[in-house]
Ligand binder design. Structure first.
Ligand SMILES: [Zn+2]
Ligand SMILES: [Zn+2]
Length: 401
């Protein structure tokens, strides 16, 4: 049997008391709230994992680059009781990795649009296409993807074997070609790096332009948090013609990257508070008292960010909400009426040609997400790569098989 090298996360299946685990979750181990079930996670590097074979609708991809996502890091970080931090859909053990690119090696008998040799990336949301959510175009909210009883659909690198591996298999329907990136980047190496960043960039695109409907050129845009998603949001805001881009971030590396990808102003909220200044005051200052036309939340810190947004909404402002935080925060609706403002919740990256448009922007050189990669590791150095990831000193860490 052919084998391959992979990075796996495994953990103990130990539902917390109070978590109403369903029969389906027990049976499939595909659980809805990972942080309430999985304990004592570990990262395992294996060299003897079975190489997958593509089914009739599937494509076998030789992985060339795969980013470490914040959620991968949260699989391995635990609370006081040893439970993982990541709160969402998970099924362990699983080969992790969902921000990737590679070359098609083999295709199944029903595959029509992709052929061996194509450079590709893939969506991470494995939607069914047939449930009422999917048929309403809400593929990011697919019923079967989230259904613990269904093992065909889910999330790549969360419930289904992902791309921190030599090879990965995905259905053709989730694949996007990135051959066009070769014309932009001088080397295949760089083109694959860019390709591995299509997924996180699409998360920001979906929130700002699909969910929130975008902004008019000249608008003032504020990005909260300059992690990879925030950095993608800054790049996209720049490409879309924002009048001014303001970002809030505490990490020195990420502050620098924010400027590199197009932010006009980057403020450190901790530094500001030492001077007795609140972020909203800076926004009002920089925008000449008009406020932000669009706020993008990519920090996952609603109790810190929402009050600041509420005090700096332009008339007609939009808030695009991406950051995840399983907690309730107070909202002051009066200000949303007075400032004619709206908040848009966003999840996922699929549908609406979002991947296609992000690839076009990259191919045209209007955004260059490879600037945010600050560390590169080989797959057999995956443990070292995660040691570094836990320190949070990078823009993006990329693994190459
Ligand atoms: Zn991710
Ligand atoms: Zn569906």
């Amino acid at each position: 049997m052919a084998t391959m090298r992979v990075a796996i996360v495994d953990a103990e299946f130990a539902p917390r008391s109070g978590y109403e685990i369903t029969e389906a979750e027990k049976k499939t181990r595909k659980v809805r709230e990972g942080n309430r079930v999985w304990r004592n996670p570990k990262l395992i590097y294996r060299t003897d994992y079975p190489k997958p074979k593509p089914g009739p609708d599937e494509v076998l991809i030789k992985v060339k680059a795969c980013g470490i996502c914040g959620s991968d890091v949260h699989f391995l970080e635990t609370d006081e009781e040893g439970y993982i931090i990541y709160p969402g859909l998970t099924r362990f053990p699983v080969v992790i990795g969902h921000e990737f690119s590679g070359v098609v090696e083999e295709v199944g008998s029903n595959v029509q649009w992709v052929k061996p040799g194509d450079m590709v990336t893939s969506e991470e949301m494995l939607w069914c296409g047939e449930c009422n959510a999917c048929r309403s175009a809400y593929v990011n909210h697919c019923y079967l993807l989230n259904d613990p009883a269904n093992m065909t659909y889910g999330e790549l690198g969360f419930t289904h074997d992902g791309a921190m591996a030599e090879y990965v298999v995905v259905k053709e329907r989730y694949i996007w070609k990135i051959n066009s990136l070769l014309n932009r980047y001088s080397s295949e190496e760089k083109a694959f790096e860019a390709g591995s960043l299509v997924e996180p960039t699409s998360v920001a695109y979906h929130a700002m332009f699909v969910r929130a409907g975008g902004f008019k050129p000249g608008s003032y845009v504020v990005i909260w948090g300059a992690g990879p998603i925030g950095l993608a949001a800054i790049s996209l805001a720049k490409a879309a013609g924002a009048g001014k881009i303001i970002s809030f971030e505490i990490s020195p590396v990420r502050k620098e990257l924010a400027l590199k990808v197009g932010a006009d102003y980057v403020f450190d909220p901790v530094e500001l508070s030492k001077q007795g200044i609140e972020p909203w005051e800076k926004i009002m200052d920089v925008t000449g008292g008009e406020g932000a036309d669009m706020h993008v939340e990519a920090a996952g810190a609603p109790s810190a960010t929402l009050p600041q947004m509420q005090k700096s909404l332009a008339i007609g402002a939009k808030i695009a909400w991406i950051g995840r935080a399983p907690k309730a925060v107070p909202i002051y609706l009066e200000i949303f009426q007075v400032r004619r403002s709206q908040l848009f919740g966003s999840q996922g990256h699929s549908g609406w040609r979002t991947f296609g448009n992000v690839i076009r922007l990259m191919a045209a050189g209007r955004i260059d997400m490879t600037k945010i990669i600050t560390s590169r590791f080989k797959l057999d150095e995956v443990e070292k790569a995660f040691e570094r990831a836990h320190k949070r000193i990078d823009g993006k860490i990329t693994i190459k098989p």
